[in-house]
Design a protein around this ligand. Structure first.
Ligand code: SAM
Length: 231
């Protein structure tokens, strides 16, 4: 267990149980005029700010891996689709994208947080990392698979979730897949996600309870949602 909290909500792979705990729990909309985040990420955000501490975030996963925890459940699930290219959307420190690249997949990572991206660039300078808001993202290309790992839809400012899903869907190639994992009960439901994906031209493929493909709904606290763009 990641000290009882886990930013990425990575389900069982990171020892967080099927629920994929969310750090600090749901704080709800802050009402702040400056891009309120709906989640408090505890020790992985710089105190008194809404900025991530990329190195601190990555260090927690490194500690888990060093302790023998399986931390690549997301990459394992992605690999079952045999994608040639993956957009790691809300990539953070590149925790997942770097593992996918190590497996021979072309990866582009994008995130709006400079600290997270600085860690990603330090760890994997050969991967393309793009600093951008997913809500307006247009990379001018598509990918076999777009991955939103680690509660991205819960960390985007309130009210931007559907735009973030649309921005990700825009980059799914015909026949390609959007994979999103997030904790439930925190303001963005499975049906919300389906509706946003449908509005963005994707169709539902499956719902899983964990990255290890445990059948939906499991304990109902975590969702891995799979959507496809019709070929
Ligand atoms: C908990 S971290 C997960 C990082 C990584 N995917 C992982 O699984 O380790 C959530 C990430 O989503 C990013 N994020 C949230 N909203 C975003 C947005 N609208 N555009 C780009 N990135 C966003 C945050 O900056 C943060 O790096």
């Amino acid at each position: 267990m990641l000290g009882g909290v886990e930013d990425a909500g990575t389900s069982e792979t990171a020892g967080g149980g099927a629920s994929g705990e969310v750090p600090g729990g749901a704080t709800g909309p802050t009402g702040s005029a400056t891009a309120p985040r709906r989640y408090d990420s505890g020790p992985c955000m710089r105190p008194g700010t809404s900025d991530w501490d990329g190195d601190g975030y990555q260090a927690r996963f490194d500690r888990l891996a060093a302790a023998g925890a399986e931390v690549h459940g997301e990459a394992d699930l992605v690999a079952t689709f045999s994608p040639a290219s993956v957009l790691d959307a809300g990539c953070g420190t590149g925790r997942v994208g770097i593992e996918l690249a190590r497996r021979g997949i072309e990866v582009v990572g994008t995130d709006l947080d400079p600290s997270m991206l600085a860690t990603a660039r330090r760890l994997a300078p050969d991967i393309t990392w793009v600093e951008a808001d997913l809500a307006g993202l247009d990379l001018g290309r598509t990918f076999d698979l777009v991955l939103m790992a680690g509660n991205v839809v819960l960390f985007t400012p309130a009210g931007t979730q559907a735009a973030v899903v649309a921005g990700c869907a825009r980059h799914v190639a015909p026949g390609g897949v959007l994979v999103a994992g997030f904790s439930l009960g925190h303001g963005w439901s499975a049906d919300d996600h389906d509706a946003a994906a449908l509005a963005a031209g994707l169709e539902p493929v499956d719902r899983l309870a964990t990255w290890e493909r445990d059948p939906w709904p499991g304990d109902g606290s975590y969702l891995v949602a799979l959507h496809r763009r019709p070929a």
